[in-house]
Write a protein that binds this ligand. Structure first.
Ligand SMILES: [Zn+2]
Length: 181
């Protein structure tokens, strides 16, 4: 038997450790979250991204009366980018998710004062990790940020959040060009 290992890194941050872009992403994600149409789950999600071309997009989760046609916030934001720019690359993406009644308290958790495990963080569902990866254009270093309902800011990369990937690259397709390489 042979075993191979890979480390997954999650950075837990104070607010003042965020770049201006990262701060804006989380602000936009929180604003988008407040627009959620989620009468079934009562779980509001907002996602925001900055495209490689320098444009901001955001989206919320949208639940439908048939229960099965839900749009996840990450897909809403990414599809807005594609609708405006065509198949573009994500530069950075952030998510804020919590039950509907949740309001961001003033003080975020100081990461030095608590113990954490990687399992404490969910950056996106498995389906959305696939959707995000499809517009990372093969770049595993695209940052993902999350503001959790426990008032914690965490950062990882798509490569760490989705370690065993399948996507356009697996098919030899350049999504921006829309053809096989
Ligand atoms: Zn999702």
């Amino acid at each position: 038997m042979r075993t191979i290992h890979r480390q997954i890194k999650v950075e837990i941050l104070c607010e003042d450790e965020l770049s201006d872009e990262e701060m804006q992403i989380l602000i936009n994600a929180q604003h988008a979250r407040l627009k959620a149409q989620a009468p079934l789950s009562h779980y509001w999600v907002g996602a925001a991204l900055l495209s490689e071309n320098g444009n901001w997009y955001s989206g919320c989760n949208v639940e439908r009366g048939d229960y099965t046609s839900t749009t996840h916030a990450e897909r809403n934001a990414i599809d807005s980018m594609i609708g405006a720019e065509g198949p573009a690359k994500i530069k950075i993406l952030g998510i804020s998710a919590a039950p509907a009644h949740w309001v961001l308290p003033k003080d975020l958790v100081n990461p030095m004062l608590r113990a954490f495990a990687v399992d404490d963080f969910c950056f996106a569902c498995a389906g959305c990790l696939q959707v995000i990866w499809d517009n990372c254009c093969g770049d595993i270093s695209v940052p993902l940020l999350v503001l959790t309902q426990d008032r914690v800011i965490a950062r990882t990369t798509i490569g760490d959040a989705y370690p065993m990937r399948f996507g356009f690259e697996s098919l030899g397709i350049d999504v921006k060009e829309g053809r096989k390489s």
